[in-house]
Design a protein around this ligand. Sequence first.
Ligand SMILES: *Cc1c(COP(=O)(O)O)cnc(C)c1O
Length: 834
Amino acid sequence: MPRAKSNKSAHVDSLKNSFDHYIRYSLSRDKPQERDLYQALALSVREQLMDKWRDTRIRNNQFSTRKVAYLSLEFLMGRALGNAILNLNLKPEVEQTLLNYSAELEQIAEQEQDAGLGNGGLGRLAACFLDSCACLDMPVLGYGIRYEYGMFTQQFCEGHQIEQPDRWLRDGNPWEIKVPHHNQLVRFGGRTDTYTDEQGRLHHQWLDSEEVLAVAFDLPIPGYQNGRINTLRLWKAEATDEFDLSQFNQGGYSEAVAAKNQAEQITMVLYPNDSSENGKELRLRQQYFLSSASLQDMLASFVSSHGADFDAFAANHVIQLNDTHPSVSVAEMMRLLMDVYEQGWDEAWAITHRVMAYTNHTLLPEALECWPVELFERLLPRVLEIIYEINARFLEQVAHHWPGDGSKLAELSIISDGPHKQVRMAHLAIVGSFSVNGVAKLHTELLTNGLFKTFYELWPQRFNNKTNGVTPRRWLANANPRLAKLLTERMGEGWITDLSQLNAISAYTSDSDFCHHWREIKHSNKKAVARLVEARCGVEFDPSMMFDVQVKRIHEYKRQLLNILHVIHLYRRITQGDTQGITPRCVLIGGKAAPGYTMAKLILKLANNVAYMVNSDPRVRPWLRMAVLPDYNVSAMEVICPGTDLSEQISTAGKEASGTGNMKFMMNGALTIGTLDGANIEILDAVGEENFFLFGLNAHQVHQTRTNYHPHHYVERSDNLRQVLSLLESGHFSLLEPGLFQPILDALLSPTDPWMTVADFDAYLCAQEQVDHAYANQDHWTRMSIRNTAASGRFSSDVTISNYRDEIWHCADATGSSTSSTSNSHKEQVNDKG
Ligand SMILES: *Cc1c(COP(=O)(O)O)cnc(C)c1O
């Protein structure tokens, strides 16, 4: 019978059949609820990709193309269902199937919990990269941790952030598949020893260590309608059977269970700190656990199919380290090659240095990871030994390069000197890698002229820039279906895999029909944002007003405070009847504060209190409304960015490495108000000054001002600033708790305020007035909006990944053809041994 049908309808049958099957035989429920429909749908969509997934694995093994492992402690994946349906082109079949159950895909998809295995930009970047790698048909394997608890969920209680654990796996995860043949053992603790064998060779041993089992779970990463399904492999920590057994035999039942818990602790929870580390032992355990399990897995797979030819291994693999979090991999790779695979130091180093590549994500000093030597010694004694040896050989090189200059040795050493010696993980990553990249032009410049200047002098060819990007599948095609439809109607669907094609729509700014459609789409997307805000905050947003949005982690450098001061300014003017030139706007702020970051939490409390005052004054309501969205995450962003008019990217210049939220907004036709920071600079360059609201000090000026910064001078010179600060100081926004916000005032007025908020206040106000003026002319605004989307092509993560492929990874695509014209530059990098 299937032979009589077209391919397409055979497809419908198989999805529909497996869906019915799951409903009947897996769920045991007569009247399936939405949650059941989601489970059945996810499992039947997964079934559709299993054959392609296997084909991809076979293909990866057939071609000896270079494989990439992307190691990251964070993958902020969000939901998988909508993305899988889009990339597998299953939408019509899914909708037809759901029809029989009177269900709508949009509602069913809402049932899926976000996979929130990341804090913010860094984790979301890893997720966008995996999508682009699959879409570009590249053999890339993601390695991460299967945290039992992902990023905490956030609520507000009287304006204070409350954190709740995110038990995202409670109902099971239909997307993961346990692959026990990939399980690995990871060791901790114990001591080291050496012995000499009969041939007189010295061997190193790691004795009396505890073993933890790394259990492998695979998640599918479908390419866009190209048949490739890549893999994200996540590790879960479990106690080994042997471990339990020895304890049981001694009659220590409770001790055995307690020890089992301790092993499973390792992957229990994601650390909720964005851009800051706090030296917790468990965190180092997580880092080593991921690194060791992943490297063992790669080496074992290679050796089982190619034998122990490690030169071939090096020729066939690249390991991209997402920040320093997995950088202990450098030493672990050395350990595995020497102690397990019996390579000598020089061979092992040549291999390690040929495969490791490191991406730096931040310039903030508090985010540069250092681990106490004492902790390393206790947890990973053999690894520390290797780090010391790497460092000794490296410092010898430094001494040759700068004869007699002891300060260079101290500056570059992997081990910091002083009473509390520490391992500097960024130094280990740089020394052990053939490539070091920043994530936006300015960021890479600041790395090579500042933070890593001396390393750059030593190895200039090692450093390169790869400006971040975001995937247009999730952030445009899937998140903004109305706009996607309009784009495809006008120019075909090529833009989905080649976003530069969007350039063509800038020609439509004079097409009034197109502009009309554009504005209608933005309006209906704003209605969706208004529904979200109403449901979560109980605040009514009016889609005829401007939607002004700042959603991102709460951090002083991102300057949510500057935004709040502007709201206070507008509030003050409106309550005094001064509405001249003001365009009605709804201000949305959202984001999580790290649970231990007191100032960030106080900023959230201020935002909530200001929103309360703004929204409860009927005089203000026609002009200004404000909401603080709880639990900002990937799924919230998928609703928010298509329905935003104005994107706030207002960090202190020189502090935001790249930003990627800025790109999602631009792609969806928002205009940016922003500083010359991170990728804003490249956005400005792409779209032109006349389509961007630029303000504030640049990175150089911030640096210059720092030594001689007097916030009071700015206060004296600015009536607006003085009035805003005095309203804040008066206790108007904390009537029951006077002085509550004093720490904020103190920080703003401190000559050592690193974020220099008041220095940019007047310029920000002025830029906001230009925004008001521009928005008042809707035809003009619409044209600027179109030009932003049109110019967003270069911020597709497909472009970013093509650059990683051509300039760092040098891997051919899966057809085996070489894609790179720059293979010479790789030779140069390989020869540049550390
Ligand atoms: C894109 C994204 C981020 C990064 O936003 P920035 O504005 O670049 O800091 C953080 N969190 C989520 C959920 C995102 O989708």
